[in-house]
Design a protein around this ligand. Structure first.
Ligand code: FPP
Ligand code: MG
Length: 347
């Protein structure tokens, strides 16, 4: 069992950046419509770990030594390394990731008919669907405005691809509800990349593009984001089985009820000695029968949660290995510790 890692300690080196980000996110609420302003403020005030911005800030500092001595970086003069607190473009990237993430959750909660997230009532539980959908769209639009301000075509392409992935991943998930004949690679891992890892990967890679690091360093930081993002979602899927609703701040145990076949179920189907029964139980669950207890027994019997954890841990190991060519610093250490946090988190 891994020791719990304290997230606030890990993020201590970038505390000023995270505080300034909060301020800037609140400024995002300067919408002309009072309803929109209220909704966007509620969304950001509802909290969240700000994991994606934190990754951008940490990557920025961790990669800065790689560009030390660069006289001109995207039109800005730096004597030693770029001062993060003054780099507007870094904050634009952090905001883009958080806006896209938040907006996609707003849409996802409508699709899933979820009433609670981050221990707060969801937007769709307070407003009608028309208002909720368009508020999500507004946040995507704000992300697009920020991309325009950023004015770096490669980063526009990175985030455009993320939006494409989010939509494709969501559709794949809807199409494969209660599907017990899934090809793991073509469904579970591909959907996990599209819905989760793609945005985390982008939050790391965009900073490498901003800093104009060499191709090898860019690939390394992108790999870190990819591997961490995959592990993050697998752990999320595990927690849906092993954590309480209080710990999660949203309804626990809802994946299977919603027909989502995630890694613990895939492993149970693969390893169960009563495979035919399990598949039958899932089919009956799809038909509206309460077969949850029987299915969970198989998850337990096949040790699927521990086996899923082992797979998540392999992603974490690869995330850490990806940083081996990056020079040591407290920021790199935080990226390594963040990887440990992802696998040890309880919510
Ligand atoms: C959470 O899924 C949802 C996502 C990670 C992204 C969902 C993406 C969309 C709804 C498409 C976005 C739309 C545009 C226009 C880009 P989950 O239900 O598995 O997780 P949860 O338990 O946190 O709700
Ligand atoms: Mg959901």
């Amino acid at each position: 069992m891994l020791a719990t890692v304290d997230l606030s300690q890990i993020l201590e080196p970038i505390k000023p950046e995270l505080e300034r980000l909060e301020q800037r996110l609140l400024e995002e609420v300067s919408a002309e419509s009072r309803t929109l302003a209220t909704i966007v403020r509620d969304m950001f005030m509802a909290g969240g770990k700000r994991l994606r911005p934190a990754i951008s800030f940490l990557c920025y500092h961790a990669l800065s030594p790689a560009v030390t001595g660069v006289a001109s970086l995207r039109g800005t003069q730096f004597r030693s390394h770029p001062p993060a607190a003054n780099d507007d473009k870094l904050y634009l990237i952090a905001e883009i990731s958080e806006l896209i993430h938040t907006a996609s959750l707003v849409h996802d909660d409508i699709i899933d008919n979820a009433l609670v997230r981050r221990s707060m009532p969801t937007l769709n539980s307070k407003w009608n669907n028309a208002i909720t959908v368009v508020s999500g769209d507004f946040m995507f639009a704000r992300a697009a405005v920020n991309l325009g301000k950023l004015d770096i075509n490669e980063i526009v392409c990175i985030y455009a691809r993320v939006l494409e992935n989010l939509c494709a991943g969501e559709i794949e998930q809807i199409e494969h509800k209660y599907d017990t004949e899934l090809n793991w690679d073509y469904y579970y891992y591909s959907k996990t990349y599209k819905k989760t890892a793609s945005l985390i990967e982008a939050s790391a890679e965009a900073v490498a593009v901003l800093l104009e690091v060499d191709a090898q360093t860019r690939a390394a930081i992108k790999t870190y984001g990819y591997e961490l993002g995959m592990a993050f979602q697998i752990v999320d899927d595990i927690l849906d089985y092993s954590a309480s609703s209080e710990q999660l701040g949203k309804a626990a145990g809802s994946d299977l009820k919603d027909g989502q076949v995630t890694l613990p179920i895939l492993i149970s189907i693969r390893d169960s000695s009563k495979q035919a029964e399990l598949i039958q139980d899932i089919a009956e669950l799809a038909g509206g029968k309460d077969r949850l207890a029987a299915i969970l027994e198989q998850v337990n019997d096949t040790n699927a949660i521990n086996k899923s954890r082992i797979i998540a841990a392999e992603y974490i190991t690869r995330a850490k290995q990806a940083l081996s060519t990056i020079s040591d610093s407290k920021y790199k250490q935080s990226l390594l510790d963040l990887a440990d946090f992802v696998i040890s988190r309880s919510h």
